[in-house]
Design a protein around this ligand. Structure first.
Ligand SMILES: Cc1cc2nc3c(=O)[nH]c(=O)nc-3n(C[C@H](O)[C@H](O)[C@H](O)COP(=O)(O)OP(=O)(O)OC[C@H]3O[C@@H](n4cnc5c(N)ncnc54)[C@H](O)[C@@H]3O)c2cc1C
Length: 463
């Protein structure tokens, strides 16, 4: 009986997957933006790990470099380290790069402009006004949004206060404008009725300079002092607040703060809140079960944004360095398979955990649509989320299939945005990235749509 059900889901997944790819066939297959040079730069960096490493190191440090001399010096030093991997003409050119003079200035300005252009693919604008323009453009494509101000863990209390002020300004600045726009039913309603149009994503570590898992209660108290006004403002302005998930060491504390603040009398009956949960962690199934039990005791549902997780390299390196057990799955198919199990759990428990499936992977999303269909869920009962600047054709295709798609839309200055940009670059160029496999390497559709568990079966059958 159980295997009949699994076969049925598998068949429907294949059918949704093929339908998405067929519709994609009519849109240009460019995963992130049209600029030819940027595409070539990405392709070139993807071809060699050593070049990629130096390119991303350079992009990471660039906003801190103030003079043409330092920019050219870093270019020379970083790419010098990957000398053996560069074409001969480039090695030669590196040796003779001008440090100063007009040519040096031109080179530095070009490097800066290229990095900025790269950043603008994934970052919607440098201020709220520009972000609002991007949101308006997305809405014309029937795409909903969740907006985030760039900047992560803060180091001083002044920065944490600034972050809180930014979030308040964000909620206030967006609500007046966005709530006055003409309605778009596909994204302004779910299966139960109207939903908030303004949706803000918050990183808790931005709200307190001493965010520390060693002192969970003290951290929770301090974070809640800054978080409460944000939640009050959102509630008052009919906005939605989602809490992002950061590295594994912050996970339990983030969940604790989320639950503690929402158990407070002013928020207990407020459903317009959510949290990101990462499928690449081995202990996520347990976390989701606990979250479902807690939401039921609270008596009001919350949304779960199911992601795979953006810190895979970091978690793996930290665990190896410290000799700790790795909290993340080691194989991509394990994360993908876990994502499908958790999707199933969310869709079955949507009375308390409203499902938002965040992925650009057609197989993962087709599987979610298939499970929803077998459970006979009404239209609008699940949401799909994607990142700004990524998988644009897939977003439009899902809209054409009447799915509610929400775009994570970050804005801000290049410097605080660097960590975000480097994560996106790593993700897009990773060997195992779905977008790379489908858009750059043109892996056949049937392989892209394969059940992740089949990779395990193949592996075990290989002598
Ligand atoms: C709207 C939205 C919001 C997001 N918010 C968050 C957030 O709050 N916190 C967060 O951490 N991430 C967040 N992400 C990023 C997300 O976690 C993924 O990094 C990203 O979406 C890529 O996954 P995919 O399914 O699109 O692509 P795929 O290419 O199918 O999957 C890539 C992912 O697989 C996993 N992976 C890669 N290699 C391996 C391996 N060898 N072993 C095991 N697993 C592996 C990694 O998680 C990697 O990101 C968000 C993504 C979206 C779309």
């Amino acid at each position: 009986m159980k295997s009949d059900l699994a076969a049925d889901v598998e068949q429907r997944t294949a059918s949704f997957g093929r339908e998405i790819f067929a519709r994609l066939g009519h849109t240009p297959m460019v995963p992130f933006g049209p600029a030819w040079w940027d595409e070539r730069l990405m392709e070139w960096s993807m071809a060699d790990e050593a070049i990629k490493l130096q390119l991303f190191r350079f992009v990471d440090v660039l906003p801190l470099l103030r003079t043409p001399e330092t920019i050219v010096r870093h270019l020379r030093e970083y790419f010098g380290e990957a000398r053996e991997h560069l074409p001969g003409w480039l090695t030669l050119a590196l040796r003779y790069l001008p440090r100063g003079g007009l040519l040096g200035k031109w080179l530095a300005a070009t490097a800066y402009r290229s990095a900025e252009r790269l950043a603008r693919k994934f970052i919607a604008g440098s201020n709220l006004e520009e972000a609002l323009d991007s949101i308006a453009l997305q809405r014309r494509r029937s795409l909903a949004f969740t907006v985030d101000r760039l900047g992560e863990a803060t180091i001083t209390e002044a920065e944490a206060e600034r972050a809180q002020a930014d979030y308040l300004e964000l909620i206030d600045g967006l609500s007046g404008e966005v709530n006055a726009w003409k309605g778009v039913d596909l994204i302004d309603r779910d299966d139960m009725g109207p939903i908030p149009r303004v949706n803000v994503s918050v990183k808790l570590s931005a709200l307190y300079s001493q965010f520390d898992p060693i002192d969970p209660d003290g951290t929770s108290r301090a974070v809640r002092v800054r978080l409460r006004p944000i939640l009050h403002a959102a509630r008052q302005r009919s906005a939605f607040v989602n809490i992002d998930m950061e590295q594994h060491s912050y996970k339990d504390l983030t969940l604790q703060i989320f639950r503690e603040v929402l158990d407070e009398a002013s928020f207990r009956d407020w459903p317009h809140v959510g949290i990101a949960i990462q499928a690449y962690l081995r202990d996520t199934a347990h976390d989701l079960e606990e979250l479902a039990g807690w939401a039921q005791r609270r008596g009001t549902p919350v949304t779960v944004r199911l992601v795979k997780g953006a810190y895979w390299d970091y978690e793996t390196i930290v665990s190896v360095q410290n000799g700790w057990p790795n909290p993340v799955w080691s194989h991509k198919w394990e994360t993908d398979a876990n994502y499908e199990r958790l999707t199933d759990f969310l869709l079955r428990n949507r009375r308390w955990l409203r499902p938002a499936l965040a992925s650009h992977n057609v197989r993962s999303l087709a599987h979610a649509l298939a499970v929803a269909q077998t459970l006979r869920l009404p239209p609008g009962s699940l949401e799909i989320q994607m990142l700004y600047g990524m998988a644009e054709p897939i977003k439009d295709t899902l809209v054409s299939l009447n799915q509610r798609v929400r775009v994570y839309t970050p804005y801000g200055q290049l410097l605080p945005g660097m960590a975000y940009l480097v994560r996106r670059l790593l993700e897009n160029t990773a060997n195992e990235s779905f977008l790379r496999a489908s858009f750059t390497e043109h892996v056949p559709e049937a392989l892209l749509l394969r059940n992740p568990l089949e990779f395990d079966r193949d592996r075990r059958m290989t002598p």
